[in-house]
Design a protein around this ligand. Structure first.
Ligand SMILES: Nc1ncnc2c1ncn2[C@@H]1O[C@H](COP(=O)(O)OP(=O)(O)OP(=O)(O)O)[C@@H](O)[C@H]1O
Ligand SMILES: [Mg+2]
Length: 493
C-alpha cells in the first residue's frame, strides 16, 4: 500500500511543504477521530492533465478508537468522482466548513458529514471529511465537550494552526482521548476532567476537586502544560510521584485568531510501563553484579593459590599451584567481560585481548615471546565463550612455555606465537602457530598424561563437540607447532 507521501506525490499537484503539513496532520488526527467519535478521511484533488477538479483521491483514513467504524473498506488510494462528493468540492471552493449528508455504501441511512478545509500557507490543500456515526441516544456531558473541542480543532485546521509546526509531539505511545482528558480555559482553569483523568490526579496525590482551579492551584507542577497555555505550543510531560507513579500529560493548545483559548490535556497513567522498564534494567544490573562477584571470588581463589604456592617447599607443588592459579584466572577473564555486558552473548575479542595479556604476564618464559592476534570471532554465546577461552589460554600458555625452551637466550631468534581467529561454515576457528621447536617425536594428543592438554581435549571435544588438530610444522615451512581448534557456533552445553 502506498504511503500518504507517495500518493500525494503521484496523484496530486501538492508541493513538498504542503505534503509535510498533511503528514503532520495525519500524525495527530487520531485525536480528532476520537473527539468526534467519527471516521475521518483526508481527500485531495487528483491531478489529471487539466481535468484536475474531476476527481478526489483519499490520502488518509482514520477510524475512531471509541466507536465502531462506518467504513469497513480501506479507502486509501481510491479515487472518487466529484459529483458523488459535492460537499468536498464545496469545501475546497468556499474554503470554509461545509456540513451536510452523504450516502455511504453499506450504510442504510444518510450519514452526517463535515467537510473541513485543510489550509496551508493560505491555500486549501486538502479537505478533512468527518463521517459521523449514529449517535447513541442523547450525547453525554463529556461527549458534548469532546465535540465542542473537536469543533475548535476543525477551525484550527481551516486556519492552518493545526497541525502544529512542532511535529516532535506526535506518534504512538501518546495519551489518547480514552486515557483521560482535562480541558482548561484560556486562564488555565480546568473546565472539566474525565473520570480517568481524575483517577490519574489521585495517583499523584491530588484529591481536591480540580474544576475551576488551575494546575498550580491544586499543587500539580506541570511546567510544559503551562508553556502550552502561554505560547500555544504542544507539550509532553511526565509527572512522577515517588518511584511508583508516573503520569504522562500531553498538552494540545487550542487557538482562535492567534490567541490561545485553552488547552486540551490528555492524561495517561504510565506507571506500569515505567515499572516494567525499571524491572528490566534492575535485572540486567543484577546479572552484571553476579558476574562481578563471581570474578572477584575467582580472583580471591587465585590469590590464595598464589600464596600457597609461595609457601610450598617442593618445586613441583609450587608449579602445580601456579598453574591452577592461572587457570582460575582465565575463567575470571570471561566473567570480567560479562560483568560489563551481561547477556546470552559476549564479545569474544575482548576476552581474547585479556587472555593474551594474562598469558604474557603470568607465563614464565626464558625467551622473549611475542603474541600476535589476527582476525576475530565476534559475538559468541556465553556457553561457548567460557570453555573456548579456557582452552585457548592453555594452548597459548603451552606455546609460550614449551616452544622456545631449546632457544635459551638466543637473541637472534624472536619467539612469535600467532593466534588466528575466524568463522567459517558455522564454525568458530582458532589457529595457534608458534615458530618454536615443534612437538616431540612421541607426542600424541590422544595419550596425554599431562593436565593442560587433557583439559583442552575435554573442553573442545566433549563439551563443545569440536575438533583439535596438533602438528609439528616441517622446518621447510618455518618449523614450530600448529594447533587448529574448530567448534560449531551452535554448540550448547
Ligand atoms: N607449542 C608447543 N611447542 C612445543 N611443545 C609443546 C607445545 N604445546 C605442548 N607441547 C608439549 O606437550 C606437552 C603437553 O602439554 P600440556 O599442556 O598437556 O602439559 P604441560 O604444559 O607440560 O603441563 P600443564 O599441565 O601445566 O599444562 C608439553 O609438556 C610439551 O612438551
Ligand atoms: Mg600446558
Amino acid at each position: 500500500m502506498a504511503t500518504l507521501a507517495e500518493l500525494a506525490a503521484l496523484r496530486t499537484d501538492l508541493d513538498d511543504p504542503s505534503i509535510d503539513h498533511l503528514l503532520r496532520l495525519v500524525a495527530s488526527w487520531s485525536l480528532l477521530a476520537d473527539l468526534a467519535f467519527s471516521d475521518m478521511l483526508l481527500m485531495a484533488k487528483v491531478n489529471e492533465d487539466g481535468r484536475d477538479d474531476e476527481h478526489f483521491v483519499v490520502l488518509g483514513q482514520m477510524r475512531p478508537n471509541n466507536r465502531t467504524t462506518l467504513i469497513n473498506d480501506d479507502l486509501v488510494g481510491t479515487t472518487h468522482r466529484v459529483d458523488s462528493w459535492l460537499l468536498v468540492r464545496d469545501a475546497f471552493r468556499r474554503g470554509a466548513r461545509v456540513v451536510g449528508e452523504l450516502a455511504i455504501e453499506h450504510v442504510s441511512e444518510l450519514v452526517p458529514v463535515w467537510c473541513v478545509p485543510v489550509r496551508f500557507k493560505g491555500v486549501v490543500v486538502a479537505v478533512l471529511v468527518r463521517l459521523q456515526g449514529p449517535l447513541r441516544g442523547s450525547a453525554s456531558l463529556y461527549e458534548q465537550s469532546y465535540l465542542s473541542v473537536f469543533r475548535r480543532l476543525c477551525d484550527m485546521v481551516a486556519d492552518a494552526t493545526f497541525p502544529y509546526r512542532e511535529d516532535t509531539v506526535a506518534g504512538p505511545g501518546l495519551p489518547r482521548v480514552g486515557d483521560g482528558v482535562i480541558l482548561m480555559d484560556e486562564l488555565g482553569r480546568v473546565e472539566f476532567a474525565t473520570p480517568n483523568a481524575v483517577n490519574a490526579l489521585h495517583r499523584l496525590g491530588i484529591y481536591t476537586a480540580v474544576e475551576g482551579r488551575s494546575f498550580a492551584d491544586v499543587g500539580l507542577k506541570a511546567r510544559a502544560i503551562e508553556r502550552s497555555l502561554e505560547f500555544g505550543i504542544p507539550s509532553l510531560e511526565e509527572v512522577d510521584r515517588g518511584h511508583d507513579v508516573a503520569i504522562l500529560f500531553h498538552g494540545v493548545p487550542l487557538m482562535a485568531v492567534g490567541q490561545v483559548t485553552g488547552v486540551l490535556t490528555l492524561v495517561r497513567d504510565v506507571s506500569d510501563i515505567r515499572q516494567l522498564n525499571r524491572m528490566v534494567l534492575n535485572k540486567e544490573a543484577a546479572v552484571r553484579e553476579v558476574h562481578h562477584r563471581v570474578k572477584n571470588n575467582l580472583q580471591t581463589i587465585s590469590s590464595l593459590l598464589r600464596l600457597q604456592a609461595r609457601r610450598s617447599e617442593e618445586v613441583e607443588t609450587r608449579i602445580a599451584l601456579h598453574e591452577a592459579e592461572r587457570r582460575v584466572r582465565s575463567i575470571a577473564v570471561v566473567h570480567e567481560v560479562l560483568s560489563r555486558e551481561p547477556g546470552e552473548e559476549v564479545v569474544f575479542d575482548e576476552i581474547v585481548r585479556s587472555l593474551v595479556l594474562l598469558v604474557e604476564d603470568t607465563v614464565l618464559a626464558l625467551h622473549p615471546v611475542e603474541i600476535v592476534v589476527n582476525g576475530e570471532l565476534g559475538v559468541l554465546s556465553t556457553d561457548l565463550a567460557t570453555p573456548l577461552a579456557v582452552a585457548l589460554a592453555e594452548l597459548l600458555t603451552n606455546a609460550v612455555e614449551h616452544a622456545f625452551t631449546d632457544f635459551g637466550d638466543d637473541d637472534e631468534h624472536v619467539g612469535v606465537v600467532t593466534l588466528n581467529l575466524y568463522q567459517e561454515d558455522g564454525q568458530a576457528i582458532a589457529e595457534i602457530r608458534d615458530n618454536g621447536r615443534g612437538l616431540g617425536e612421541n607426542f600424541s594428543l590422544d595419550v596425554p598424561t599431562s593436565l593442560g592438554l587433557s583439559i583442552v581435549r575435554d573442553l573442545i571435544r566433549a563439551q563443545l563437540y569440536g575438533e583439535i588438530e596438533m602438528k609439528t610444522v616441517p622446518l621447510s615451512d618455518g618449523g614450530g607447532t600448529f594447533v587448529r581448534v574448530s567448534v560449531p557456533l551452535t554448540a550448547r552445553l
